[in-house]
Design a protein around this ligand. Structure first.
Ligand SMILES: [Zn+2]
Ligand SMILES: [Zn+2]
Length: 379
């Protein structure tokens, strides 16, 4: 069996929050950086808008060089967000980038601004903005873009026309965008603003962000700091274990998963994680009971059979059990495309041969279950 690196990013479900909504006087800073060359007036507008949206101190960092643009001459917005996060100082509440380069994103050929939900980075491009003749109109446009992208960092999605979270691909339509969020999105941003950089929910978001970037040491540190405030949070304990596992600290990872199961005996995630831990280590035969225990606890049998089948097939090289779970998925009414494809493959295994060792990422996503993706060959 080829060497595999296994990483499970588990459980990012939002937790209910009943904290007072005043803005804390904590040391969290909003940082601003030019990505490539940006006129000083443009940075000034961004800084003003960030101050208004965050009620925090805004500090400007040294400009960051733009990476090579994609084939169509645009900069990849997702890659720029990652670049900002890698430049973020330790006391970052949010980090914003402004660029003159046109942007593209995975889902769209052209975007004005970009942010990932629940992560700390946001950015926008001045390339497509209308050339308003008055400074007031320019500031208003930037203010709306910043409020919108900041809203995504607080976890907000898109909304109807009468909210600043309204989606727009047309720069001229920013004129039609309201300045204010709706009640729901006001509430979400109030919570986000109220969480200082030492709040467990804030630290959990930072830890998840670092985990996504593969910064295991820094992710472990953030999970531990988050857990100091919530020592029996099963979701955080499981996620800490996942980061430890990714960092090769298998004994500590097992302890974290045990703690998670003690805190929440019925939660399936720590069991999935233990299954991945054993499968990744030198005791793959121990994975099966944990995987079956996870499926048993999972409230959604379709996603459970899907996840178990994929783990058996990709991680444990056990086609027999994989087939059993994929068939159970279909028998119970599931029609997931990935499951159908894999089932077809298992029933006629000569069509495909995998030889390269792979890096596999498993991620628990609310509402969708355990998603397992291949990151391609590991080196
Ligand atoms: Zn948006
Ligand atoms: Zn809204």
């Amino acid at each position: 069996m080829p060497l595999r690196v296994l990483v499970a990013l588990v459980a990012l479900t939002a937790t209910a929050c009943e904290h007072p909504l005043e803005v804390p006087r904590d040391p969290g800073v909003v940082y601003l950086a030019a990505l490539g060359e940006v006129p000083a007036a443009e940075l000034h507008r961004a800084a003003r808008a960030l101050e208004q949206a965050s009620h925090r101190v805004v500090l400007t960092l040294a400009p960051i060089a733009l990476p090579t643009p994609t084939a169509d001459g645009r900069a990849d917005a997702g890659a720029l967000l990652d670049l900002l996060l890698r430049h973020a100082p330790d006391d970052t509440f949010r980090i914003a980038g402004v660029t003159a380069a046109p942007l593209r994103a995975t889902e769209h050929d052209s975007v004005i601004g970009y942010a990932r939900r629940g992560e700390r980075a946001l950015l926008y491009s001045t390339a497509a903005l209308p050339g308003y003749s008055t400074e007031a109109a320019r500031r208003r446009t930037v203010r709306r873009i910043v409020a919108h992208e900041m809203g995504h960092t607080f976890g907000s999605g898109h909304c109807r026309a009468s909210c600043v979270m309204r989606d727009t691909m047309n720069p001229n339509a920013i004129e039609l965008m309201p300045d204010q969020p709706c009640r729901l999105h006001r509430h979400e941003s109030d919570i986000g603003l109220a969480h200082g950089i030492d709040h467990p929910d804030f630290l959990a978001d930072v830890a998840a962000e670092r985990t996504r970037l593969g910064q295991w040491d820094r992710a472990i540190d953030a999970w531990r700091r988050a857990l100091a405030g919530r020592p029996r949070d099963a979701r955080m304990l499981t996620s800490l274990g996942v980061a430890l596992m990714a960092n090769g600290e298998l004994t500590a990872a097992k302890e974290a998963f045990d703690d998670a199961s003690r805190a929440a005996p019925e939660a399936p995630q720590p069991y999935y994680a233990r299954a991945v831990l054993y499968a990744a280590g030198d005791r793959p035969e121990r994975a099966e009971p944990f995987l079956e225990a996870a499926v048993e606890r999972d409230g959604d049998p379709l996603r459970a059979h899907r996840a178990a089948g994929i783990l058996y097939q990709d991680v444990l090289d056990d086609s027999k059990h994989a087939l059993h779970h994929f068939e159970a998925h279909v028998r119970k009414g599931g029609r997931d495309r990935e499951v159908i494809t894999r089932l077809t493959f298992l029933l006629s295994p000569t069509t495909l041969v995998f030889t390269d060792p792979e890096t596999i990422v498993a991620r628990w996503q609310p509402g969708r279950g355990l998603l397992i993706a291949s990151l391609g060959p590991s080196h």
